[in-house]
Design a protein around this ligand. Structure first.
Ligand code: 13P
Length: 249
């Protein structure tokens, strides 16, 4: 099992980052080891996993990938299987990100099969869920989240899992959910997870930056952040980690 309940600050680089960016990030991050009570994770693009894994491990940063394919090997041109991620020492795999749901058309069923593949190879999914602005305005946020979480029905309860609540309207927009919205929604997500038999961390994601991290990380039920844009530079990412460490110290 091993559901880590420390706060997790995870950087999702999305489709950003060349080798030189990775080197600069690690040079800048190097002198700032992660505080013991906050876990730091980084999900760079596939092309950087092998070149970053050793140095990140020495800095105490947990490596993850942004996606995986749900087959072990074979004729799946362009896909990356779980063993390839293990080979690069990945621990986390982001699944169900709204960009993959909306741009690639990834279904709940596909996400569940990727989750199974991730577990089968000893890694931890970070399952992303979130509503669009239209859904929030219609008052169906909780129904949407419950449907996305329902893929956990029948899933083994002893496997490591982290969930990330990322309101789609807050991703990359500079608009964050208010502390009240975050608190209410995280309470609902925890309730649903409990019903499904999963007691796991729930991260918040969507325009988290050094200026708002302390307030967001202090909301009850928020156990970390999935950070996009502000994770690309070590300085802003470190500030979010430090703000979180102060909240939980
Ligand atoms: P931003 O922090 O850039 O809004 O991205 C959030 C996100 O999608 C992380 O997975």
């Amino acid at each position: 099992m091993g559901n880590d309940k420390r706060r997790l600050i995870a950087g999702n680089w999305k489709m950003n980052g060349l080798l030189q960016d990775a080197i600069e990030f690690m040079d800048a991050f190097g002198g700032n080891p992660a505080p013991d009570h906050v876990e730091v994770g980084l999900m760079p693009p596939f092309t950087l996993l092998h070149s970053m894994s050793e140095r990140l491990a020495k800095m105490g940063v947990t490596l993850g990938a942004q996606n995986v394919y749900n087959e072990d090997k074979g004729a799946f041109t362009g896909s990356i299987c779980p063993m390839m991620l293990r080979d690069a020492d990945c621990h986390y795999v982001i699944l169900g990100h709204s960009e993959r749901r909306s741009i690639i058309g990834e279904s709940n069923a596909k996400i569940r099969s990727k989750m199974n593949a991730t577990w089968l190879h000893g890694m931890e999914p970070i399952l992303c869920i979130g509503e669009t602005l239209e859904q929030r305005e219609k008052g169906i946020t909780n129904a949407v989240l419950a449907e996305q979480l329902a893929i956990l029905k029948g899933a083994p309860k002893d496997k490591p899992l982290t969930v990330a609540y990322e309101p789609v309207w807050a991703i990359g927009t500079g608009v964050t959910a208010s502390a009240q919205q975050v608190t209410e929604t995280h309470a609902f997500v925890h309730e649903e997870l409990t019903k499904l038999g999963h007691d796991c961390r729930v991260l918040y994601g969507g325009s988290v930056n050094p200026g708002n991290a302390a307030e967001l990380m202090a909301c009850p039920g928020v156990e970390g952040a999935l950070v996009g844009g502000a994770s690309l530079k070590a300085e802003s990412f470190m500030e979010i980690v430090k703000a979180t460490a102060l909240v939980v110290s």
